[in-house]
Design a protein around this ligand. Structure first.
Ligand code: ADP
Length: 749
């Protein structure tokens, strides 16, 4: 609220207070007291007149009576403000003031009677009448302030005059001519006083109402003035914002023609207000490559008077192209018709360029991902195929009678080939896990067996280095749980294998325990070694992919730096984690936690079928393989079995031989010349008269490859390098009467 409004409002409040009943009463009291001496002049003159004309007794009596009345009345009225302040009831005080007014009027009435009857020969009747008239006018003047006090006085004066005439009639029995004239004169004076007082009262009322109206109007005016000033300030601010905004602002008529643009518009487009005025933005700014659908959308929104947002290609005055984001806001009049259209436009050229670069980068990244995937697949295939030959032949050679020197050479070949295979598997496994969540299998297994198997694999290594390998089981492990035993074995082999690898003397201790948690079991494995340990600043990094504690490790022990990344990823996927504490030169302790679900009740599971020896007699196996070494390997692996072996060198030959020889099992290489294994499988599934079991024999180890084999109609999957045991196991399963199960990839589980 401004000072002007506050001031007027205060004046209005004060006015209302002054004109409220209590305010008027106070003013009445104040006025009567203030004019006390003025009134006494009249009393004195009247009393003097009586003193000289009627004698000193009359004069003194009149003075005493008049003064007594005034003193009582004014004495009370003088005390009124103080009494009100002290909380005395205003209505009560007002009633007292009526009584004191009555008393004061009665004393004046007595003076009038004194003049009327005290002066001989009725010489002072006119004087008495004038006295009464003066007193009545005086009394009537306070009508607006204290109506009842004023009326009481007027009534008393009128009654006094009436009483005088009545006493005349009663005394004489009639009215004398003089009395009659006096009565008429009194009536005329009374009427004149009535008119006068009516005029005074209504004038006062009018004045009061006009004064209040004036104050109210002043208040309204002050408010309107303030509002106007606010609006002017807002309009000025808006105009400053529009003028100096960084975005361009265009104001257009309802038909879309521009009538105002700001400086930013000129800065962004190069067109001045004069050049833009009267044209539509599309006429001024559309480029040859502007999307007309977008431009039409903007025009339609303007015509329809609806808000619209669009990104549009514009052409600057100098021919340069810019991308603009435009926001159209129609301004409607009270009837809802479009009054004008405001467009706020922003130059988004750099954002657009950035967006295009991002899209390009995304495409490049995706292309890179695809290239990486295909590179890995190719590498996998290309490395595994010769590895198949190396490992297979080395395995066969190891079975042959050799002297100790040659046996040592063969062992070295086998160990090196296995180490190389582990590296390839690590890289493939990591790239596979990195691309998505690992798929966990839910098998029912005995944890103690799984741990025992993992350690059995590693025992020879520990023994070879003269290390102890101890398993301590804290409390009882659950007999059976549901989870991925393959992955658990993989984690343990990796961490215990590392512990053996990085421990030159002493040993490795594995503490295993489990406790019930929720609907399953929380497993905890602590693998502690007395090995080389890890420097504190490297502890956090050994879990990062391709990270090793120090570069000398790679040289001394080999490895890819992927094992721990893979193990931790798997542990987390199994609801746990892997943590590490280590002291350089003293040893390390890895803690693995995992969650395994409870196994279903063993009594409800169907009994396992009795194991039967494989029946290979009279079985025909067709091996579709383009690589001569691999064909030789399969032949050698199976030469001790009664199986009949046939060989095809490509997919087409495999399809024809299947039709001709009706084999029981086809071992199908995936990539072969002329026709690949998938196409050949589909062809066999489409038209061969007797359907064989088909097992993929492939160097491609990805899950996607396995899915492709299944989709093509294959029943099994064997990855290269091919191991004799795996081959015999799969062949045994495919000759079994039960439905052919799908074995997990032999290399990665
Ligand atoms: P890799 O063993 O193939 O190099 P890992 O991811 O399994 O890859 O291990 C990463 C690194 O962590 C190792 O190279 C080694 O530096 C360190 N490391 C792992 N286990 C141990 C251990 N028990 N003692 C000392 N260092 C270890």
């Amino acid at each position: 609220m401004t000072a002007a409004i506050q001031d007027i409002r205060a004046r209005l409040d004060a006015f209302d207070t002054r004109h409220a009943p209590t305010g008027l009463f106070l003013r009445y009291a104040h006025g009567r007291v203030a004019h006390f001496w003025g009134r006494q002049v009249m009393t004195l003159l009247g009393s003097l007149a009586l003193l000289f004309l009627a004698g000193p007794v009359f004069g003194l009596m009149a003075v005493v009576m008049a003064l007594a009345g005034e003193i009582v009345d004014c004495g009370l009225l003088r005390a009124v403000p103080g009494l009100l302040k002290r909380g005395v009831n205003p209505a009560r005080l007002s009633r007292l003031a009526i009584l004191s007014a009555g008393f004061q009027a009665a004393t004046i009435g007595a003076c009038i009677v004194l003049a009327w009857h005290g002066v001989p020969d009725d010489a002072a009747t006119a004087f008495a009448m004038a006295f009464a008239a003066g007193a009545a006018i005086n009394a009537g003047l306070v009508l607006p302030f204290h109506r009842h006090a004023a009326l009481v006085r007027l009534v008393i004066y009128a009654a006094t005059m009436a009483g005088l005439f009545l006493s005349e009639i009663l005394t004489l029995g009639h009215l004398s001519q003089r009395a009659l004239f006096d009565l008429i004169a009194t009536g005329i004076m009374g009427y004149a006083i009535h008119i006068f007082l009516g005029f005074v009262t209504s004038g006062h009322r009018r004045h009061t109402s006009n004064s209040r109206e004036l104050l109210v109007q002043s208040l309204d005016l002050a408010r309107a003035n303030t509002h106007l000033k606010d609006q002017q300030r807002e309009a000025r601010n808006l105009s400053l914002v529009a003028r100096h905004a960084n975005d361009s602002v265009i104001m257009a008529e309802p038909d879309g023609c521009i009538f105002w643009v700001n400086e930013a518009f000129t800065r962004i487009t190069g067109y001045s207000l004069q050049e833009a005025r009267g044209l539509r933005p599309s006429e001024l700014l559309n480029a040859p490559d502007t999307d007309l659908a977008v431009s039409d959308g903007v025009a339609a929104a303007v015509t329809a008077g609806r808000a619209h947002r669009a990104e549009i290609l514009n052409q600057r005055k100098d021919g340069g192209l810019i991308w603009i984001e435009t926001n159209i806001v129609p301004v409607l009049d009270e009837a809802g018709a479009v009054e004008m259209v405001i467009s706020i436009e922003r130059d988004i050229s750099s954002a657009k360029t950035h967006e295009a670069e991002l899209a390009k980068a995304k495409i490049a990244a995706e292309k890179g991902e695809r290239a990486k995937a295909s590179f890995l697949a190719t590498m996998s295939h290309e490395i595994r195929t010769p590895m198949n030959g190396i490992i297979g032949m080395a395995d066969l050679l190891a079975e042959a009678p050799l002297d100790s020197g040659n046996r040592h050479y063969v062992q070295t070949i086998r160990q090196s080939a296995n180490a190389l295979l582990r590296i390839i598997n690590d890289i493939l496994e990591f790239s596979r896990l990195d691309a998505g969540k690992p798929v966990l299998h839910a098998n029912v297994f005995a944890p103690a067996d799984c741990i025992g198997e993992a350690l059995a694999i590693l025992k020879p290594q520990a023994r070879a280095k003269g290390l102890t390998l101890d398993l301590l089981i804290g409390g009882a492990l659950p007999d059976r749980v549901t989870g991925d035993d393959g992955r658990l074995r993989q984690i343990l082999i990796n961490i215990v294998g590392n512990a053996i690898k990085f421990t030159p003397r002493g040993g490795v201790t594995i503490r295993a325990s489990a406790r019930r948690e929720g609907d399953g079991h929380e497993f905890r494995f602590e693998i502690e070694d007395t090995g080389i340990g890890i420097a504190p600043d490297r502890v956090a990094h050994v879990f990062d992919e391709f990270e090793q504690a120090d570069t000398a490790t790679t040289r001394q022990f080999g490895g890819t730096g992927l094992g721990l990344s893979i193990s931790r990823l798997l542990a987390r996927e199994m609801g746990g984690d892997i943590t590490l504490t280590s002291t350089l030169g003293q040893g390390s302790c890895f803690t693995v936690t995992l969650h395994m679900a409870t196994a279903p009740d063993a009594t409800q599971r169907p009994p396992a079928p009795p194991e039967q020896p494989p029946d290979f007699a009279h079985r025909v196996v067709l091996v579709a393989e383009d690589n001569r070494t691999n064909r030789l390997l399969v032949r050698k692996y199976l030469e001790d079995t009664p199986l009949t072996l046939l060989f095809a060198e490509n997919g087409r030959e495999a399809v024809e031989m299947t039709r001709r020889h009706r084999p029981d099992i086809v071992l199908m290489d995936m990539s072969m010349p002329e026709m690949d294994g998938l196409t050949a499988t589909r062809a066999i599934r489409d038209d061969a008269p007797a359907q064989p079991r088909i097992v993929a024999l492939t160097a491609n180890a990805f899950a996607s490859d396995r899915a492709a084999c299944l989709a093509a109609g294959m029943n099994g999957f064997l990855t290269k390098p091919l191991r004799k045991d795996d081959l015999l196991r799969v062949l045994a399963q495919s000759t079994a009467p039960a439905p052919f199960p799908f074995p997990p990839p032999a290399d990665l589980s």
